[in-house]
Ligand binder design. Structure first.
Ligand code: 13P
Length: 319
C-alpha cells in the first residue's frame, strides 16, 4: 500500500473535515454540486454530478435544487445561470476563467458576421454569454459535428477554437467552415513528439485525444472525443492501456472507474491552472456565504439562452 507522509496525512484529515462541512452546508442551502472532469481529485470526490460540458449543461436544466455550486470555469457557470434564471448559480472562485473564451469578443464576432452575411454562427460553449448572444447555435466538443450537420446553411462561422473547428470540418466536408484564431493554451501544449514518445514507451496503448489538441496530435490519435466520450470509449475498449491527451484531471475518474486499466499523459504540461483554482475550502466558503453568484443581464441572457437551447434540442433529437 502507498505510504503517506505526515504532511499528506494532515491534508487528508483537513479535507475530510471540509467534506463534512460541505455536506452540512449543502443540505442547509438545498444545493447541488456540479463538477467538471478537469477539477482537482478531491473536488471530484464531492460531486453530486460530474461530466463534460454538455452533460453539465443538461444536468443544470434538470436540477430541482435552489443553489447550483458550479466547480468548473466561468463560461460553464454562466451557461448554467442562463439556462436556470430562477436559480442561484455560484462559482466558488470568481477568477476561474477560460483563456480560450477570452479569445473572442462580441464586437469582433459582429465584424466577422458582416464579412459573411449568409453564414450560420456556431459558438463553442467555451465563450462568453455576449458571444453566445451573437451566435445562432452553441456546441460542445461532444456534439459539434451533429450541430454543424444540423444547419441548413452551407457556410459556418465556427468560434472560437480553431482546432475543434478544423476537426469538425474534416468530419463534415459538405460544409464550408470559417475558422476563428482561438485555441486552448493547455491542449496546444501537447506536441506530436510527445505522442510519438508515449507510444514508444507504451506500444500497446490506444491514444485518445480531445479535439482541442493540435491537428498533428489528432492525426496520431486512435480516437477523438470529449472528456465524457473518453469514459464511454475506455469502458467499451478491450485495450488495457491508454494515452490520454487532455487535461490531467481526467485521470482521477478514468483510474477509479477502470481499476484494471492504465492511463498515461503524453506530457505533464497538461494542467489547466484555472480549473485547479477551486479547492474544497473555496467550495465550503461558497456555500457558507453564497458566493460568487454568476448572473447575466436579461437581454443578453434571453439571446444566449436561445443559442444554448437550440444546441440542447439538436442533442435531444439524437436521444
Ligand atoms: P469537454 O466538453 O470535453 O468536457 O471539454 C471542456 C473543455 O473546456 C475542454 O477544454
Amino acid at each position: 500500500m502507498e505510504q503517506k507522509n505526515k504532511g499528506e496525512l494532515k491534508d487528508l484529515k483537513y479535507n475530510e473535515m471540509l467534506k463534512k462541512k460541505i455536506e452540512k452546508l449543502k443540505k442547509k442551502r438545498n444545493a447541488v454540486i456540479i463538477v467538471h472532469n478537469y477539477q482537482r481529485d478531491e473536488v471530484q470526490e464531492i460531486a453530486d454530478i460530474s461530466g463534460d460540458s454538455l452533460a453539465l449543461s443538461q444536468a443544470a436544466v434538470r436540477t430541482d435544487s435552489e443553489v447550483i455550486v458550479f466547480c468548473g470555469v466561468q463560461f460553464m457557470a454562466e451557461s448554467a445561470s442562463i439556462l436556470n434564471p430562477g436559480k442561484t448559480v455560484l462559482l466558488p472562485v470568481k477568477e476561474a476563467g477560460c483563456p480560450l473564451a477570452d479569445m473572442i469578443t462580441p464586437e469582433k464576432l459582429r465584424l466577422k458576421k458582416n464579412e459573411h452575411p449568409g453564414a450560420a454562427v456556431v459558438c463553442y460553449v467555451n465563450s462568453s454569454a455576449e458571444v453566445k448572444a451573437e451566435s445562432d447555435i452553441a456546441c460542445t466538443s461532444s456534439n459539434a459535428i451533429e450541430v454543424v450537420r444540423s444547419l441548413k446553411e452551407k457556410q459556418v462561422i465556427f468560434v472560437p477554437d480553431k482546432n475543434l473547428g478544423r476537426y469538425v470540418q474534416s468530419q463534415v466536408p459538405e460544409k464550408e467552415i470559417i475558422l476563428w484564431e482561438g485555441f486552448c493554451p493547455t491542449h496546444i501544449r501537447v506536441q506530436e513528439e510527445d505522442i510519438v514518445r508515449s507510444k514508444e514507451a507504451h506500444p500497446g496503448a490506444e491514444v485518445i485525444a480531445h479535439p482541442e489538441c493540435n491537428p498533428e496530435v489528432l492525426a496520431l490519435s486512435d480516437h477523438i472525443c470529449s472528456t465524457g466520450g473518453m469514459f464511454a470509449y475506455v469502458k467499451g475498449s478491450k485495450s488495457k492501456e491508454f494515452i490520454i491527451s487532455t487535461e490531467c484531471g481526467m485521470l482521477y475518474k478514468l483510474q477509479k472507474d477502470n481499476p484494471g486499466k492504465s492511463f498515461y499523459l503524453p506530457t505533464l504540461k497538461l494542467v489547466c491552472a484555472n480549473m485547479k483554482l477551486i479547492t474544497l475550502g473555496w467550495v465550503a466558503h461558497s456555500l457558507e456565504n453564497l458566493v460568487y453568484e454568476v448572473k447575466v443581464s436579461d437581454d443578453i441572457r434571453e439571446k444566449a439562452r436561445k443559442t444554448l437551447e437550440r444546441m440542447l434540442a439538436v442533442t435531444a433529437r439524437k436521444g
